[in-house]
Design a binder for this molecule. Structure first.
Ligand code: IFM
Length: 767
């Protein structure tokens, strides 16, 4: 992808040459969507090695008990194959010039231009436009224009709905009804095998020749799992033929279709399709672009000014915002955000701690309503968390490491990857012993409620979540011979070390969870006896409270060494040290796994990703600056950043320490995880958490924003190349405009319906 500054200043990510070997990168980073659906940007013409994905959030299906539930890949509506004088348009045959593909992240529209000469010598200009509406959540619209450049040509278009797609081989659907209405409207139904969700897809085409509407004979075809039509048109030199395709997708799981029978859904979605087609591509595109402005760019504006690099920094940040909207299910609290958003099949659409620790800060500070939905999802998935606790012999709510539909419980696969020594699949322990997620969920609920000032959320969901998770921890603690409680046999955030005892991140977060539950218990007992009683009835507070108190008081918390390093667990620091330079700057992640198996890595001082460093900004005031500094230096030298969650954490921490050059370098590397030149890294989908991390580098790191103990702090630290950073924040219902320059800081309350207390560069201020 070219970093053409004239384009990035216009919010455009451009691909200026076509590489049939590296299709995955642009398919994922240029994907379109709206939180309801995610559409990977595979081209209209098909290529070997492409991945065509249409993923509808929350529609999980379990193919077989040997697998885990995943988002099924719905039928493809984007293929529009062209034949010019009988030769199939494809960039890997014939010749082409003037290629460019552009994603406009401001409007959410994808365009492509190319001049193609067929092997037989017919030359045409082709341009493509495509959008997913942010306004009409079910709608996809496309436009293809063919310009006849030299001699007359015959153009054939084949387009329809193709359900012959799978999830890397797994077929999640039974074939349903396929039908043409009025020889024009195309409809295909398919139903998931286990979750029994029926998808209804519709499509219709409209044509024009030189801007004048054109009716074409429809050659209809229905075959196994596919329905399509062929259209043929003759063009003279200079003629421009345009084919528009309107499509929509709905499912029986959609909230806005609740109560409809399948025939009703078929009829209703067909009507919606007609309405969109009547509006036309341009009007739909403008309507959607306006929604982008309203929902994202006006709601969460960010400006950076400074040197030339700062223009790329700003683009990377906006690109992160673009994707964070694509993945956000703003419409429905029964679903969350997959680790790859909706841009690929990686991680099967499951959500992780990525939501609370990496993504939630962006939504809390810019779109609290949406943030609330993400946390409501956790509340609604308590049945799965209870089930997991019971299955593992614990009490309370034990949240799944990987979460899908509300009552699924744990959905982490048991095996993934290959052990290079034994040649067998590697067992994934995270689903069993990566338990910090439970405290992360509680922390997220508290963070959201505090930043949004959302007492209603706390009363309906938050108190209960925090108390129920504390009960899990109280039941999870193990008494040791030293008279303290320990949390043994876990995986901490650093997944290269399994079966460790007393992982610092896990223990400190569990302790935070217990203490927060105790504080809320004590507060509610007097402040809101009715609510207290309701919670008591539900959670047996009188029985569990003494256990929380005992647990919090006696839980072992690892302490820094004499050198000020916080031990991340009970064995890391005794591990063997090896030279990591080979792995630290690799093009692909997990290079170390090609040289060592996981058993060997366990015994090395090598971290996949930030572990206790994450603690240093979540629980910032619990650790003195010298501990953070010494630990940062120690762990960064031993971290290969094999997770996309790692660089941003290190950057925020470096900015906190005033190491701005280092922080900036790490931020730039974090911002290139999907945008950068490594072509294979985004094949399975973009890295959702890393986008949240990029926002945190800028707003938390350089902007110095933090919520600490319920209070807002702003203490900017701009990197050398930046002159100004301007952004807005939502804080307890008030919208603040923050303008930071090297030597000045201005914060204005734009809402002005309540006073705001904020610590600005160390000075407590009332706005
Ligand atoms: O949650 C992360 C984890 O920390 C590292 N592996 C990938 C997961 C999903 O992004």
């Amino acid at each position: 992808m070219g970093m053409d500054y004239s384009k990035i200043d216009r919010w455009i990510l451009a691909e200026d040459s076509f590489d049939p070997v590296h299709l995955g990168k642009c398919e994922a980073v240029m994907s379109l969507g709206n939180g309801y659906l995610g559409l990977r940007s595979a081209t209209e013409e098909k290529y070997l090695g492409e991945t065509r994905n249409l993923l509808i959030n929350g529609t999980f299906d379990l193919f077989d008990s040997s697998e885990v539930t995943e988002l099924p890949n719905a039928a493809d509506v984007t293929a529009m194959e062209l034949w010019i004088d009988g030769e199939r348009f494809s960039l890997d045959q014939g010749g082409y010039a003037g290629y460019s593909r552009e994603l406009n992240i401001h409007t959410g529209e994808l365009t492509r231009q190319v001049e193609w000469t067929s092997p037989g010598g017919s030359r045409v200009g082709l341009s493509f436009r495509r959008m997913v509406s942010l306004k009409r959540l079910h709608d996809i619209a496309m436009e293809v224009t063919v310009i006849c450049l030299d001699r007359p040509v015959t153009v054939k278009l084949r387009s329809g709905i193709d359900a012959r797609v799978t999830n890397t081989g797994t077929q999640h659907f039974t074939e349903g009804e396929k039908r043409f209405y009025e020889k024009k409207y195309i409809q295909l139904l398919e139903t998931t095998l286990q979750s029994d969700i029926t998808f209804v897809l519709n499509a219709v085409h409209r044509f024009a020749l030189n801007g004048v509407p054109l009716e074409l004979e429809t050659d209809v075809n229905i075959d196994r799992r596919v329905i399509y039509a062929d259209y043929t048109v003759e063009l003279k030199p200079g003629d421009a033929f345009t084919a528009e395709k309107y499509a929509n997708v709905s499912t029986t799981r959609d909230l806005d279709c609740a109560g409809l029978s399948v025939p009703q859904l078929q009829a209703r979605t067909l009507e919606a399709l007609k309405a969109s087609a009547d509006l036309g591509y341009q009007a739909l595109a403008e309507e959607s672009a306006a929604q982008w402005r309203l929902e994202v760019w006006e709601k969460a504006p960010i400006e950076i000014s400074g040197d030339k690099n700062s223009r790329m920094d700003l683009f990377a940040l906006r690109f992160a915002q673009y994707h964070m909207r694509l993945m956000l299910p703003r419409h429905d609290n029964r679903m969350n955000i997959g680790a790859k958003g909706l841009s690929g099949e990686g991680y099967k659409g499951h959500c992780f701690w990525d939501t609370e620790i990496f993504l939630l800060p962006y939504y809390m500070f810019t779109d609290p309503e949406a943030a609330r939905k993400l946390e409501e999802y956790r509340y609604l998935s308590l049945p799965g968390a209870h089930k997991k606790a019971q299955d593992n012999g614990y009490q309370g709510a034990m949240f799944p490491w990987e979460s899908a539909w509300l009552d699924d419980g744990e959905t982490c696969p048991l095996y993934m990857g290959t052990d290079i020594l034994t040649g067998t699949p590697i067992k994934v322990w995270s689903g069993i012993i990566e338990q910090h997620i439970t405290a992360d969920v509680a922390f997220g609920a508290w963070q959201y409620a505090t930043i949004a000032g959302d007492q209603d959320f706390l009363e309906r969901y938050g108190y209960e979540l925090i108390m129920d998770t504390a009960t899990f921890w109280a039941s999870r603690l193990e008494p040791g011979e030293d008279g303290r409680y320990h949390i043994n046999d876990v995986v901490g955030p650093d997944e290269y070390h399994e079966h460790v005892n007393d992982n610092a991140f896990t223990n400190y977060m569990a302790c935070w969870n217990l203490n927060k539950a105790i504080a809320y218990h004590d507060h509610l007992k007097t402040a809101d006896p009715a609510l207290f009683q309701r919670l008591d009835e539900k959670l047996s507070l009188s029985q569990v409270y003494p256990k929380w108190v005992d647990g919090a008081a006696r839980l072992y918390l690892p302490q820094p060494t004499a050198e000020g390093i916080l031990p991340m667990d009970d064995r890391f620091m005794d591990g063997e040290e090896i030279d990591l330079s080979k792995y630290k700057n690799q093009e692909f992640v997990a290079g170390i796994m090609k040289d060592y198996n996981l058993d060997q890595i366990q015994r090395l001082q090598v971290c996949k990703q930030a572990d206790c460093l994450v603690l240093f900004y979540l629980l910032e005031d619990q650790f003195p600056p010298e501990v953070k500094r010494a630990s940062w230096a120690y762990y960064e030298a031993r971290t290969v950043h094999d997770s996309s969650l790692s660089l941003s954490t290190h950057s925020v921490q470096a900015a906190d320490m005033g190491e701005l050059e280092m922080a900036y370098d790490l931020f730039r590397r974090a911002s290139m995880i999907d945008l950068g030149p490594y072509m294979g890294t985004s094949d399975a989908g973009i890295h959702a958490a890393s986008f949240g991390g990029v926002w945190q580098c800028v707003i938390y790191g350089f902007g110095g924003v933090r919520m600490l103990n319920g209070k807002l702090r702003i203490q900017p630290n701009l990197p050398c190349g930046w002159d100004r950073l301007d952004f807005t924040l939502m804080w307890k219902g008030q919208r603040l405009r923050v303008s930071a320059a090297k030597d000045s800081l201005t914060v204005e309350n734009l809402t002005k319906t309540a006073p705001v207390f904020v610590t600005l560069n160390g000075v407590e201020t009332e706005l």
